[in-house]
Write a protein that binds this ligand. Sequence first.
Ligand code: GRF
Length: 208
Amino acid sequence: METGKTHFTDPMTKHRLAVFASGAGSNAQKLIDYFKTSPFATVALIVCNKAGAGVLSIAEKEGIPSLLIEKEQFFRGNAYLPQLQEAGIDFLVLAGFLWKIPQVLISAYPKRMVNIHPALLPKFGGKGMYGQYVHEAVLQAGEMETGITIHYVDEHYDNGDIIFQTACPVLDGDTPEVVANRIHQLEHLHYPRVVEEVVRNLEQTNRD
Ligand code: GRF
């Protein structure tokens, strides 16, 4: 890799994805499974900020290297950019990662970082809107539908350009857990496929 460059330009090379996750990692698992047979990309690294998180066991079981990161270096140091470059990572996929992404990484991966949010942004996004809080807010607002949003990541929470959204109904008697399950199903179905599409489009951009 050229010094100072994060991105592959060889269209024959598989893109190397780093999946950032803080929790159980069900989306990470789906991404790993999907990209096992993709000719375009592979999950090459799991990045996690929480010791003992389920996603770390998934990485171990799958034989994928993982990087356990800590606050000081992430926010006030080099944001682990050298380690990402060392691992040849050219695309970042956030899947339930609860820390804000520092500017160092935003600048190093322009339009090469995506997130999934468990609601229809711009509704129910922003600081503090994660996990059950999102579904509780959706129910409290009396929404008839909710859904998922896949978007590029910029310096603000849940703010980058939207790539894909799809909705599901909110039904009478739904609890936050029921909504969360419905949302997870949508996420598992669409996230890997949409990531692959974004990554494939990079190849077009690289050739321009
Ligand atoms: C997902 O609902 C995702 O939208 C949100 O965090 C959750 C992560 O779930 N950002 P999992 O760890 O992938 O199971």
